[in-house]
Design a protein around this ligand. Structure first.
Ligand code: SAM
Length: 262
């Protein structure tokens, strides 16, 4: 196992960033195009998002929703809290979080893809979500202050990061004592072979970067967070034949989890 990545093999991180940005530019601009993964409102409802919560946010954000699970029931967001959404995409989860923390709360979405940020910001301004801001940045180094938030949330993103321990260290740094990291992500039951983990295209499709679930939770605990709940999301299925094959062979799957900072 590669200790820096927690995965066997190494992906070219420059190529990976370009592929991830290209993939999620398309997700923002052409959500009805062809992807390995499902998107949109039917997916969100199947994963567990309440129709009333979805009705309260911009429908164009939901068109580009590329999350992999529901975790808000684990996050227990409260009015007045500050939330950081790592990999906020076109904004679905940050808008949902905004409804839960209310006008006295704050949500900060961080993403590296310009087209995702531009779409989320356009929708935010048009719908008047005054408690949400978006900033361009990396989930590994957000530039936000230490111990500045009550919850870090993320949906379908951290599997894309070449060094997951960096992301979890950043989440732990951002959280106040007692704060929660609540997320949904793609993991595997078995360690993926190098042929898959070195393939930037499979990585950008949310498969190549998936970490074995026990290793994933160990990395979270290694940065000082305590994982209190992990659950499978069998409602999430890949849609391309390739992705379904890898999913069957290696147990590539979606989980939701919550961890707390001591
Ligand atoms: C699968 S999409 C999920 C977006 C959103 N959470 C949702 O549920 O629709 C992944 C998002 O993470 C962003 N992303 C991936 N790696 C990133 C990184 N290292 N730093 C910042 N953003 C990243 C991509 O630009 C993309 O918008």
């Amino acid at each position: 196992m590669n200790t820096a990545t927690g995965l066997t093999g190494r992906v070219d991180t420059t190529v990976l960033e370009q592929k991830v940005k290209a993939m999620y530019r398309d997700v923002a601009l052409d959500p009805h195009g062809e992807f390995h993964f499902e998107m949109g409102r039917a997916l969100a409802e199947r994963l567990g998002y309440a129709p009333a919560d979805l009705d309260a946010i911009p429908s164009e954000a939901i068109d580009s929703f590329a999350g992999v699970g529901y975790y808000f029931d684990l996050a227990h967001l409260k009015p007045g809290e500050t939330v950081v959404d790592l990999g906020s995409g076109s904004g679905t989860d940050s808008f949902i979080a905004a409804g839960k923390v209310g006008k006295t709360g704050t949500v900060i979405g961080v993403d590296m893809t310009d087209e995702q940020l531009a779409k989320a910001e356009r929708l935010r301004a048009a719908a008047g979500f005054g408690n949400v801001t978006y900033r361009k940045g990396y989930i590994e180094a957000t530039g936000l202050a230490d111990a500045s938030c009550d919850a870090v949330i993320s949906n379908g993103v951290i599997n894309l990061a070449p060094d997951k321990s960096k992301v979890f260290r950043e989440a732990a740094r951002l959280l106040k004592p007692g704060g929660r990291l609540a997320l949904a992500d793609i993991v595997t039951e078995m360690q993926l072979p190098e042929g898959i983990t070195c393939d930037a295209t499979l990585w950008a499709a949310c498969i190549g970067g998936a970490m074995q679930v026990g290793d994933y939770t160990s990395v979270i605990e290694a940065v000082g967070l305590r994982v209190t709940q992990v659950r499978d999301n069998p409602q999430y299925q890949f849609i391309s034949t390739n992705a379904q094959g890898a999913s069957r062979k290696y147990g590539v799957k979606s989980v939701s989890l919550v961890a707390t900072r001591n």
